[in-house]
Design a protein around this ligand. Sequence first.
Ligand SMILES: Nc1ncnc2c1ncn2[C@@H]1O[C@H](COP(=O)(O)OP(=O)(O)O)[C@@H](O)[C@H]1O
Ligand SMILES: [Mg+2]
Length: 459
Amino acid sequence: MSDVPLRRYVVANAVALAPSYAALLVLHWSGALAGKPTLLAMLGIAVVTMFLVQRYLGSLMRFARFVGELSGEREPAMPRLFFSPATEELAAAAALLSTAWRRQRASLDNLAASAQAIVDGLPDPLIALDRHRRIVRTNRAARLLLGQVGTERDVSTAFRQPQLLAAIDGLLETAADGNFIAPDQTAVEFVLSGPPELDVVAHLRRLPKPAADGSLALIVLHDTTAQRRAERMRADFVANASHELKTPIAGLAGFIETLRGPARDDASARERFLAIMADQADRMRRLVDDLLRLSRIEQHEHARPDAEVDLSGVLHSVVDLLQLKATSRKVTLDLVLDEALPHAVGDPDELIIVFQNLVDNAIKYTKPATIVRVAARPVGEDRVAVAVSDDGEGIAAVHLPRLTERFYRVDAARSRQLGGTGLGLAIVKHVVNRHRGRLDIQSTPGKGSTFTVTLPAAS
Ligand SMILES: Nc1ncnc2c1ncn2[C@@H]1O[C@H](COP(=O)(O)OP(=O)(O)O)[C@@H](O)[C@H]1O
Ligand SMILES: [Mg+2]
């Protein structure tokens, strides 16, 4: 009763009662019905009608509320509709509306979930902002990078970089006529404070009109740290390589000057200078050879070599090649091969270069009159390891992580004097990477070093 407004209740009753009351009154006036029965009939009809009208109107009200709730967030409760002929149809309509609501709701939820799944699948962090610069949506990558950023908060709670905030303001700024002022996309570079510190490019886009969730501006961050580092490395490399070449060229030019001028007629000086010049030319040749080799190996570093390589043959030829150099330093080369040594998978020419570099280093950096050991053995089921050990001065731990960088030397002058280019271990590292192998360096200062190359074995 309480949910039916009184006025409507009274009016509905009046309308329902009017025809029967009129009929009863006509009957009474025409004398067909006495006063008492007329009154009794009117009373009886009134009671029944009021009851029915109350039920009927109640059902209608509940149905109206149900229809109103369909537009809301929560699933509406099915209304209780009582007997009376018309409410049956209403009940059927309500059931139909209710299933349709559920179906639409499910497909909407589905759409929203797919949209979020797609956004989450993007590898780059994405942040969507509304027209007031508030965060509307983030993807997984953004949450990983920035931590949990609250939506509905101003974007400055996630970023403090003034360049970025200024660019966002510019993008969202409107003129007096409500139109945007700036072009609909721009990019900003900045450093995201770490750790780790990242070089980032933020691509900003303004949507033609706000999306359903209010998103108007999209920020996509692109991490350029690795690219920057590669650029820096390349620049350093060119500078280093030029520097390494410049020194012998300057030396050669100087000697040529001297031979043309002051030493023109000095036969013994000429012999001495020519020997030094030949040395310098040799150093340049070695450097250019190593540079070319490095660039060739780098070019196909991603293609894994797949030949079966007899490591025993490779190591024997390396030892033969370097025997003379070892003897001249009174170093003994000791090659120990495991009896059950499997073949390696790789490129024999490149593996010769690897072990030639490692044995050459060992000979150069070991103490005179010691033994350089080269030992090959299987490791587990599918790997084979070759270790090159020396009794040299060893390498301090601080140098180990950088030892395979191009031109990195513990003692550059000493390396040059021994005929090194500083590229040997960089070449070794690249070849080993290409072979999907690994290089381990163990060194105790004062005692010696062991360089171990582990390669995939042929099955
Ligand atoms: N067996 C070793 N013992 C001590 N130091 C080594 C050894 N092998 C390499 N190093 C250090 O690593 C540096 C880089 O080696 P590498 O790239 O082969 O250059 P290079 O031999 O031309 O100097 C060397 O200059 C040297 O300082
Ligand atoms: Mg070397």
